[in-house]
Design a protein around this ligand. Structure first.
Ligand code: NI
Length: 166
């Protein structure tokens, strides 16, 4: 299992690098990320959250219940966005905070699987939200950055309290 980096860790604020070669280390990291995500439990994880500043994400809305719903994407990009959706969001790196965040309702995500095959995924609702959240992580963006300034201040206050008690 990998250690999940928490708010305040600088790796969460770095822009992650493109993966040029899907080598054994990348495959191994992806497998470890899936285990860590299931163990947390969470529905999405980005490599910077486990200390690797590279463009790799894992997503599974079923948290391992249905193996066919697992996505492992290398160099993912949100190619198209459509509509609007407001829903609660949380993040394994920001424990105890849940806030409403506006996201596109539908997205087209492009990336590569671990075999280097190009993948195109059309996602809606929660799945679209998770892809947007994880791709944000690769750019050093956290969901609390997408709140209004007041809501962000209040959330950060609660978060600092939580982290100091941990
Ligand atoms: Ni997150």
């Amino acid at each position: 299992m990998l250690e999940i980096r928490k708010y305040g860790d600088k790796v969460l604020r770095k822009k992650a690098s493109q993966i040029k070669d899907i080598n054994g280390e990348v495959v191994e990291l992806a497998r470890a990320m899936v285990k860590t995500m299931y163990d947390a439990p969470g529905i999405g994880l980005a490599a910077p959250q486990v200390g690797f500043s590279i463009r790799l994400i894992t997503v599974d809305l079923t948290v391992g219940e249905d193996p066919s719903s697992l996505f492992i994407l290398v160099n993912p990009e949100i190619k198209e966005k459509e509509g609007e959706d407001l829903d609660e969001e949380a993040c394994l790196s920001i424990p105890g905070i849940r806030e409403m965040v506006k996201r596109p309702f539908r997205v087209l995500v492009k990336g590569y699987d671990l075999e280097g095959k190009e993948r195109e995924i059309e996602a809606e609702g929660l799945l679209a939200r998770v892809f947007c959240h994880e791709v944000d992580h690769l750019d050093g963006v956290l969901f609390i950055d997408r709140l209004t300034p007041l809501k962000r201040r209040l959330a950060l206050k609660r978060l600092r309290k939580q982290l100091s008690q941990a």
